[in-house]
Write a protein that binds this ligand. Structure first.
Ligand SMILES: NC(=O)C1=CN([C@@H]2O[C@H](COP(=O)(O)OP(=O)(O)OC[C@H]3O[C@@H](n4cnc5c(N)ncnc54)[C@H](OP(=O)(O)O)[C@@H]3O)[C@@H](O)[C@H]2O)C=CC1
Ligand SMILES: Nc1c(N[C@@H]2O[C@H](COP(=O)(O)O)[C@@H](O)[C@H]2O)[nH]c(=O)[nH]c1=O
Ligand SMILES: [Zn+2]
Length: 357
């Protein structure tokens, strides 16, 4: 087994924590002795034991003289968990292989490991490791949640007919993929009109799906009481983000936000969500909410499903509304990251050029 293969195994293990580690990183660890794996582990969920400790707990033999493969530099600070670096030293590990250094300013363990005569090799599959933990690295660098927009659009660039009907634009395979996306994101946001018109459940309806926290943006507390999101069996909560100071009429908690031009201030909402430990958000429309995020410079990625249908019409709804750019030089710039087919649909994933990790 070579180093890259073992590092890939740490990635696989790390992914088991997807949707559960919140603002923590996804981390997997493998302990190898004489060419054999003698322990594996991962960071299961926020606040819980770290990957290295989990791997040591699963050892089938003594780790003295073994090598540790871990996709992120072992932590060196006392957080919700004790520093992993001390446990690595205590176990008698002789070599540590790392994909990415931890950009958490509290973490700095390389010199300590070397000081204990432990050989350290970092940067193994560094780019893959970064991609795996892009949300964590983004959170560390920008101190706010990572935001993706998702919408399904016709060939002529519409997300709904003029009367608001949009069921369905994308096909079943595309919609199933959205449930996988929902499992990966900590929270999902929709606007008031989408909540009223579509009455969505905003959960993840696939096998082993993980529900995100649900947030509806409703400035004046004017939603009907019988929405599905208010009566959902889920281990995650539904919130209504508002700038009204009226009493809460809903079977859901309120997130009271600042007001901007008579509506919910999106920047303030994101600050509050980050303080609630929400590291990643999937915004599922509609066009006013999408536009509010775009204009606030808060769209980090777009998942655009395109379905080969045309509805035309001046009043049918586009993915983004608002005044729009006056000149092409004012356009928001994105970079295509990936293109995939789901039967008859295609999915374009595009990243805003304005961030990097
Ligand atoms: N094909 C697709 O992928 C999707 C299609 N859709 C379709 O889109 C349509 C709904 O879109 P749309 O009408 O644009 O409505 P939205 O769902 O975007 O909701 C807009 C409302 O959100 C409230 N709001 C609160 N704060 C803000 C803010 N800062 N900026 C903007 N809005 C704010 C406003 O009402 P208030 O101030 O009173 O609270 C506003 O009228 C539906 O027909 C739906 O079917 C929706 C999602 C996905
Ligand atoms: N999950 C993880 C690490 N996470 C690091 O520790 C921080 C969280 O610490 P705590 O509050 O104690 O859970 C997190 O921000 C990141 O820097 N480190 C590791 O050695 N291995 C792990 O598996
Ligand atoms: Zn740790």
């Amino acid at each position: 087994m070579n180093d890259e293969k073992l590092m890939r195994r740490t990635f696989e293990l790390a992914k088991k924590g997807e949707g559960k580690v919140l603002t923590n990183p996804l981390v997997g660890a493998v302990v190898v002795k004489d060419g054999r794996i003698i322990g594996e582990g991962y960071h299961h969920n926020y606040g819980n034991i770290h990957a290295e400790k989990d791997a040591f707990n699963n050892l089938t033999e003594d780790a003295k003289g073994a090598s540790l493969y871990v996709n992120l530099e072992p932590c060196s600070h006392q957080g919700k968990q004790p520093p992993c670096v001390d446990e690595v030293i205590r176990q008698g590990i002789s070599k540590v292989y790392i994909s990415n250094l931890d950009t958490n300013p509290k973490v700095d363990s390389i010199e300590k490991l070397k000081g204990h005569n432990i050989e350290v090799h970092s940067g193994i599959l560094e780019e893959e490791g970064k991609k795996l933990n892009e949300v964590f690295f983004y959170n560390m660098k920008y101190n706010r949640p990572f935001v993706s927009l998702k919408y399904a659009m016709t060939l002529d660039g519409k997300i709904a007919c003029a009367n608001g009907d949009s069921k369905w634009i994308s096909n079943e395979k595309s919609r199933e993929y959205v449930h996988k996306l929902r499992s990966k994101y900590d929270a999902i946001i929709v606007g008031k009109a989408t909540a009223i018109h579509d009455n969505p459940s905003l959960n993840s309806r696939i096998e082993a799906g993980i529900d995100p926290v649900r947030i509806i943006i409703d400035s004046e507390l004017e939603l009907p009481m019988d929405l599905k999101v208010f009566d959902l069996e889920s281990d995650k909560k539904t919130y209504v983000a508002t700038c009204s100071d009226k009493e809460n009429p809903y079977k859901a908690d309120l997130i009271r936000c600042k007001e901007k031009n008579g509506q919910v201030d999106i920047n303030d909402l994101l600050e509050k969500l980050y303080a609630m430990n929400i590291g990643s958000i999937l915004v599922e429309g509609g066009s006013h909410i999408n536009n509010a995020f775009l204009e606030a410079g808060l769209v980090d990625r777009i998942y655009e499903f395109i379905s080969p249908k045309i509805i035309s019409g001046e009043r049918s709804i586009s993915p983004f509304t608002g005044k729009g750019c006056e000149f092409m030089s004012d356009a928001y710039n994105f970079e295509i990251e990936d293109i995939n087919r789901f039967d008859t649909d295609i999915l374009i994933e595009a990243k805003n050029v304005h961030w990097n990790i």
